[in-house]
Design a protein around this ligand. Structure first.
Ligand code: AMP
Length: 395
């Protein structure tokens, strides 16, 4: 069965076509600068890659072009072969705690929460609408970044603020990267069993940690928005909220402008003054740039602190998993984090830690908590959720 996964942004549309349940990615690609000058698309299949410039007026033109190309390139023979389309949707709030079959009424219901994810949700839903219109007989499924975290208890998801903020305005921790953390959980439950307690560390450009017990999320570091938690590539993570009005006055900027600076000019970039990319910051530190070295130490320490907190919350984790761009690939950053959780009795060595982008247990036999590198695969998780809905017959 062929399942398409889609991640629609405001001017982009990323897709992967899977053969399920074989979990084989047949083709993937990206439509860029939709609605802007210089739009184009790239499609990869069979070891080949095509890139074409094309006037992509809006998302429905991109979807139509994608369908035409899948047939023209011989990737599928007819559109009937696509049985499901899984859409990445950032925010489902409390209402959408499971992957959900989409139709226009459901899209309308999800759009109530656009104000909780103003940068992503409208674009995600625009992508979904284009597919519902282009492929009306196909099962479209929404897979929410927030959904996996909905098992958190009140003690974890509530902020200690006036309770009416939660009741009246939905102010609570939602958590993000849920599709990635769910994938890591599924992968690790096959290795360690379904009652395992794991700390999933998704460390990429954005980053979040998630404490998972027996498939249920106990706590996660992102919050009401993806700005909270650990220090990230260009996001601050947790800071004292009183900084915001103070610096607004100093810089004569609005709250929105300061939030943008906390999202885009902070984290590794803000401290190092060099880059949000951990490769550049590592290179800077190696060349003796003190601020790059400081940024790296802060980054590692904040992640380590949350790991220690989650180990306590889980009453002792069975495994700590490193994933996403930095977690999978940065040998140096993993080493720096592991050095900072020494008190948990974890142990690795340079030989075991010498891995990039593939599954490996990196802890020694003496380590009290097992350490793993697991490449995440959010697209496959979306395809799996979509496939399960279709074969489960509840669509
Ligand atoms: P992601 O958001 O998961 O795609 O992660 C992207 C980030 O991963 C980049 O900004 C880099 O900071 C980091 N990254 C990717 N490859 C490497 C690498 N080989 N070494 C260190 N960091 C890497």
């Amino acid at each position: 069965m062929k399942i398409l996964t889609v991640n629609a942004g405001s001017s982009s549309l990323k897709f992967t076509l899977f053969e399920m349940p074989e979990e084989k990615a047949i083709a993937s690609g990206l439509f860029e600068k939709i609605g802007l000058n210089g739009s184009s698309y790239t499609i990869k299949y069979n070891g080949e890659k095509i890139t074409k410039e094309y006037d992509l007026k809006d998302h429905s033109v991109a979807v139509k072009k994608l369908m035409d190309e899948l047939i023209a390139l011989g990737i599928i023979n007819s559109l009937d072969e696509i049985e499901g389309v899984g859409h990445r949707i950032l925010h489902g709030a409390q209402e959408f705690s499971e992957p959900t079959v989409l139709n226009m009424d459901v899209v309308q219901a999800i759009s109530k929460y656009n104000e909780l994810g103003p940068l992503h949700n409208p674009a995600n839903l625009m992508g979904a609408t284009s597919f519902i219109e282009a492929l009306p007989n196909v099962t479209n499924v929404g897979v929410f970044d927030t959904a996996f975290h909905q098992t958190m208890g009140e003690e974890e998801f509530l902020y200690p603020v006036p309770f009416e903020w939660y009741q009246d305005y939905g102010i609570r921790k939602y958590g993000f990267h849920g599709t990635s953390h769910k994938y890591i959980w599924k992968f690790m439950s096959e290795v360690l069993g379904s009652s395992a307690k794991i700390i999933s560390c998704h460390i990429g450009n954005g980053g979040s940690l998630c404490a998972i017990r027996g498939g249920k999320v106990v706590d996660t570091t992102m919050g009401f928005t993806p700005l909270a938690g650990i220090m990230m590539g260009s996001r601050s993570g947790d800071i004292d909220p009183s900084i915001i009005p103070f610096i607004m006055k100093k810089l004569n900027k609005s709250a929105d402008e300061i939030i943008t600076m906390l999202n885009k000019n902070s984290g590794l970039l803000g401290v190092s003054g060099v880059s949000s990319d951990s490769r550049d910051v590592e290179a800077g530190a190696n060349e003796g740039n003190e601020r790059c070295a400081l940024a790296e130490r802060m980054y590692a320490q904040k992640i380590a602190n949350f790991i220690a907190m989650y180990n306590n919350l889980l009453d002792g984790a069975d495994a700590i998993v490193f994933t996403a761009g930095v977690g999978e690939n940065s040998i140096t950053m993993r080493k720096m984090i592991i050095e900072r959780i020494h008190s948990l009795g974890v142990a690795t060595n340079d030989e075991l830690n010498n891995v990039r982008g593939e599954f490996k247990k990196i802890s020694t036999d003496e380590s009290r908590i097992a350490l793993y590198v697991v490449p995440t695969n959010e697209e496959l998780m979306i395809a799996t959720d979509t496939y399960n809905i279709i074969v489960g017959g509840n669509h």
